[in-house]
Design a protein. Structure first.
Length: 124
């Protein structure tokens, strides 16, 4: 499938990265659907408030880089993406956290939003 058809995945993940790097949890949460299923590395939540709480609990100075590995169009308004992500922290006292990331995007009236997010530790 041509990359341009799946560019919303990169656009949303770029915005996710910028909001995390700026430590703006409400901005991160706005990238998710109202009923998003969110599974970070701690207990899961449903909805934007859980996403905002999760990212508000992350330390200032945490940043993320990602690499989109696979993409699929599941339906006209649904996209699947699989990526690697590396969360890094200010200062040497905390090691980076490498994860595998799966997201499902759904087109809404507000544009493409993350409807499902699952992170799991990446074994290297």
């Amino acid at each position: 499938m041509p990359a341009t058809e799946l560019s919303p995945l990169g656009d949303v993940l770029d915005a996710w990265q910028l909001a995390i790097d700026a430590h703006q949890p409400e901005r991160v949460a706005a990238l998710f659907t109202e009923d998003a299923v969110f599974q970070g590395l701690r207990p899961f939540s449903v909805g934007r408030p859980g996403v905002a709480t999760y990212y508000a609990g992350q330390p200032a100075g945490m940043t993320v880089t990602y690499r989109l590995l696979e993409t699929r169009r599941l339906a006209g308004d649904v996209l699947l993406g699989w990526a690697t992500a590396d969360f890094t922290f200010a200062g040497p006292e905390r090691a980076p956290v490498p994860v595998n990331l799966t997201v499902v995007l759904r087109r809404t009236a507000d544009g493409w939003r993350i409807a499902h997010y699952h992170a799991s530790p990446r074994i290297e």
